[in-house]
Ligand binder design. Structure first.
Ligand SMILES: [Zn+2]
Length: 173
């Protein structure tokens, strides 16, 4: 398993829709393992392939945060929301591609998601709480959308400028 570098916003690859996956082979399993390793190392609770520059519709997540609880790694390929609740929830979201920036985002509090697993079999499950927020945030990545796109333009521009500065500093280091 390899920890892959995570792209930092702004980057054109984070704004581009990713391609559907049609081949379920060993290369895909390696990609999923690398993504989980990269997510746990960051540490984060979700990671979508475009965040490591791979323009394919695959995401990983594990929203178990309690110390001592069994990890629950999930790999979702070609995921799509098939149902969303009318009830909405506000969570303070962050993103591995927008380090140290957090903002409240409102989303449906429950969703049903259908996806393919690593063998290509179709799965469907309902998510609520943090899992629901996380899966919607990660599916957004596959459509080239970031959580800051839900914020008012002024706030979004402020965060983008901070990220540009961070990237300049990292490039110099
Ligand atoms: Zn993110």
């Amino acid at each position: 398993m390899t920890i892959r570098p995570i792209l930092i916003h702004p980057d054109p690859r984070l704004k581009k829709p990713a391609d559907p996956i049609a081949t379920f082979d060993d290369a895909l399993r390696v990609l999923a393992d690398d993504m989980l390793e990269t997510m746990y190392d960051a540490p984060g609770i979700g990671l979508a392939a475009p965040q490591i520059g791979v323009m394919q519709r695959i995401l990983v997540m594990d929203c178990v945060k309690e110390e001592g609880e069994e990890p629950q790694p999930m790999v979702l390929i070609n995921p799509r929301v098939t149902w969303e609740s009318e009830a909405r929830n506000v969570y303070e979201e962050g993103c591995l591609s927008i380090p140290d920036q957090y903002a409240e985002v409102e989303r449906p509090s429950e969703v049903k998601v259908s996806w393919q697993d690593l063998s290509g079999a179709t799965q469907e499950q309902a998510f609520d709480g943090l899992w629901a927020t996380c899966v919607q945030h990660e599916i957004d990545h596959l459509d080239g959308k970031l959580f800051i796109d839900y914020l008012k333009p002024l706030k979004r521009q402020m965060i983008t400028r901070k990220m540009q500065k961070l990237k300049r500093e990292r490039a110099r280091a």
